[in-house]
Design a protein around this ligand. Sequence first.
Ligand code: FMN
Length: 316
Amino acid sequence: MNYIKEIEIGNVLCKTNLFLAPMAGITDSPFRIMCLKGGAGLVCAEMVSANALAFDNKKSQKMLTISKEEHPVSMQVFGSEEETIANACRLAQKQGADIIDINAGCPVKKVNKAGAGAVLMKDLPKLARIVKAAVKSVSIPITLKTRIGLTKGNLLACDLVKLAQDNGAAAITLHARYASQMHAGEPDLKALEKARLVCKIPLIANGGAIDAKTTENLFQTGADAVMIGRGAIGNPFLFTELATGKPALTFKEKMALFESLVEQNVLYYGEKTGVSRTKKVVGFWIKGVSQAAILRQKLVLANTLKEVKEILSAVK
Ligand SMILES: Cc1cc2nc3c(=O)[nH]c(=O)nc-3n(C[C@H](O)[C@H](O)[C@H](O)COP(=O)(O)O)c2cc1C
């Protein structure tokens, strides 16, 4: 694909402009490492609550841990107050983050009720203060990930771009859907084109990239990089596939990779949580496989690494 090239986000050099999107419950350290091996130029961690970090929450602190093998990595924080976000940014920088992303796009009720995520688009001066405070709090680049607006037809993309660049953000990611659409519907490419016209920092386009065609559609808006979410869940080598135009893995290799993800999850979280986290994504990995439903059922019932390995050995 012609659009694929190196890109700098602030002073961070990314080998390609195909990035892994932050996904809660998915883009943890083991999966991020796998996506970097699979050709992602930047990997983004699942969102971490700035409030929880302020209360020394152990689970949130673990979410900030970064392994040596996973660079460049962007840590994402969500919150509603400048001070708590600035504090979270300092902690993320201390843990070795290359970039910190501020979440102003999450449409989940629990997050929005706490005044964080997409509802920040309702109060742009406040969002501007948050970005400014984050930029001031650390020496690494701060980016903003948001939507093209809150409700369909009420386009905020250009205002959000200006807000990000005027307050020192090194890049902006626009998920080309309104928050009211959650994750469904066609991405609004025209909205990205409009945003591109006013954007002086790297514009990262997101929404619906699952193959060469859909990724190219996002690049054609003039975006500098494309961020891929669900398309990478069962296929961390999608980034290489898009860059080379060829399938990167055989089915056997893919299943071996899945098995190694379960192993890494078990090492990272312990057996119970490690296996259970992998169960949530198994459907993505075996999509299109014959007898996928039966295989999935077996894997969902497995509780140990040994059981998972036995089930997978039958399909490898
Ligand atoms: C399971 C799941 C979890 C997500 N968690 C986050 C998150 O933590 N932070 C965030 O900014 N976006 C999150 N998103 C949104 C994605 O980053 C991305 O914007 C969205 O999935 C659209 O991209 P896609 O069409 O390539 O999947 C999540 C999406 C999914 C499906």
